[in-house]
Write a protein that binds this ligand. Sequence first.
Ligand code: PEP
Length: 252
Amino acid sequence: MLTPLIAGNWKMNTTIHEGVDLVLKLRELLKGADNAEILIAPPFTHIYHLSPLIADSPMRLCAQNIFWEKSGAYTGEISGEMLKSAGCHHVIIGHSERREHFKETDEVINKKVIAAIRDGLKPIVCVGETLEEREKGKTISKVKLQVKKALYGLGGGALRDITIAYEPIWAIGTGKVATPQEAEEVHNALRELLHELYEKESLKNTRIIYGGSVKPDSIDQLMSQPNIDGALVGGASLKAEDFARIVRFLPR
Ligand code: PEP
């Protein structure tokens, strides 16, 4: 069975001091937690500073974004090599907030996924539908297309390092969590798609995690679904006790 993955996306929150404070609390609360791989995705400015603080903990560092070029005249951007040298292992790509506010297209997301793999970072690729798309019955076709486009050109070998995050846009930061059945239906469809595109062997480590208002009171039911391999957590990852409880979800 795949080890579940629980990732906390801090978004553009916390000063360095607040970030250190949060990590120190998490270090205590997560002592001995071994039921899941645990990631925190703080702002770029915090990564290098937090790296030694989590070295002897079960947490690992994840970036919230990456640029696809290796270096050069790209003011304000950050490369995979920079992220790795700061202590990152994973990177979130294609979050709906980046798609919406920064107009990231599926093509841009594909370039970033390819660059992350090239640079030795494990991408967490986010996909999800709007409320309108859900109401029109377009959820499955939308997310399948997003996954196909994000993975375009990648061979099976890359899939070992890729996680797909299903994040319905209407559930992000809204307090409206998808029901476990709604999420499972989409995860199952995405799993089927991956099996159409890649050989079984390549998909042994490919997780499909859920994101969208995950809280301590919703995690257990979500994780009881056969195709939900973890969670991408926004708001609740800023509260040490809540995030620790989510990490320590009750087993199926
Ligand atoms: C997210 O940022 O990916 C997210 C799911 O946020 P929240 O948990 O706050 O809905």
